[in-house]
Every structure is written in structure tokens, then in C-alpha cells.
Design a binder for this molecule. Sequence first.
Ligand SMILES: NC(=O)c1ccc[n+]([C@@H]2O[C@H](COP(=O)([O-])OP(=O)(O)OC[C@H]3O[C@@H](n4cnc5c(N)ncnc54)[C@H](OP(=O)(O)O)[C@@H]3O)[C@@H](O)[C@H]2O)c1
Length: 175
Amino acid sequence: MTKPRLTIIAAMTRDGGLGRKGDLLYHISDDLKHFKAITMGKPIIMGRRTFESFPNGALPGRLNIVVTSNPGYSAPGILTAGSPEQAITLAAGHPEAFVVGGGEIYRRMMPMADAIELTLIDADSPADTDTYMPEITPGQWTVESESAPATDPRSGASYRFIRLRRADAANRADD
Ligand SMILES: NC(=O)c1ccc[n+]([C@@H]2O[C@H](COP(=O)([O-])OP(=O)(O)OC[C@H]3O[C@@H](n4cnc5c(N)ncnc54)[C@H](OP(=O)(O)O)[C@@H]3O)[C@@H](O)[C@H]2O)c1
């Protein structure tokens, strides 16, 4: 079966911060809606720690694939994969799959990704940030679209949505 197109989806601060103490740095309501709209109906691939950060377990309406080195790991509504490569195999037959984090899984899977849906939060990371995005190497990615900045009414944080695609798809690491 054909491999899905692989898209990373992440929300990061301007210095690449993603999370702290098993939680997101910012809970921006519009960003969570954006995430839901983009991923609905599609397979989502995540690390075990990100899965355990979801308050209500598996995200509904999506094939939840959790990467873990623990072969005995299980939870309602998920498939488990022993490696990122196996996670992609489990998503085979779907036209597109999303890599939804966290830092460790982004680091492992960015070389295999075709596109990045980035929410760029115009703020520095708090001092206790413990999870960061791997470098999005300039030259490897092209900006396909960028939204106008918006402000989250709750946190006051300014953010924008940026869609990147691999500059040279032929250089994808698993080709
Ligand atoms: N800002 C965002 O967009 C965003 C998105 C998602 C998550 N986050 C945040 O990121 C943080 C979690 O990220 P994280 O880096 O700590 O963890 P993670 O990437 O979510 O999960 C790491 C776990 O994945 C499994 N894993 C990773 N590589 C593997 C491999 N090659 N083979 C088998 N299993 C593998 C391991 O599970 P086992 O230990 O079970 O083997 C590992 O402990 C949280 O704070 C979360 O809120 C932020």
C-alpha cells in the first residue's frame, strides 16, 4: 500500500519552545480548533508522552497511532507502533498522516516529512520549557502560505499559521 504524505503539525514559540512538564506552553483556543480541523479524519502519529498529555485519551475521529518502545503498551482507541517507521506503515493507504508531537517524535520524523503546519507564537519560551522543536533548516523548507497575525484574547499571545513544504521533495530522508 502507498505511504501517506507526512505532515508535521506543531505550535512553537519564536525560540522553538513546545512544552513544559508534559503540557503545552500556550492553550490558544483558535489554534486547537485549527489543529482539529486539519487533522480530523486523518491518522495522527504521536509519541507516548504526548498521548499521555491528552486529558481524555485518544482524539476522536482520527486514527491514533502511538509510538512507544514498550510492546505491552495499550489504551482504548489507539494503535501502537514500535518505531516511527512502523507508525507510517500503520497509516499506509491513507493519503495523508499527521505527526502531532512531541519533541522527540518531531526530531525523529522531520527528515521523513513532506510538509509542516506551524503555529508560530510570537513570544519567548517560559524559563521552565523542557521540550523544543528540532531546527527547521533554512533552505530545506519553503513557505507555502502564511496567515495574518492574530491575538489570543485569553493569553494575549500573538500567533500566525505558516505552512511549509519541503523545498526538494526528492531529498526526503526515506526516499
Ligand atoms: N507545541 C506542540 O505543538 C506540541 C505538540 C505535541 C506535544 N507537545 C508537548 O511535548 C511534550 C512531549 O514531548 P516529548 O519530546 O517529551 O515526548 P514525545 O515525543 O511525545 O514522546 C516520547 C516517547 O515516544 C516514544 N518514542 C520516541 N522515539 C521512539 C522510537 N524511535 N522508537 C520507539 N518509541 C519511541 C518513547 O516512548 P516510551 O518511553 O513509551 O518508549 C518516548 O518516551 C509535552 O510537553 C507536550 O505537551 C507540544
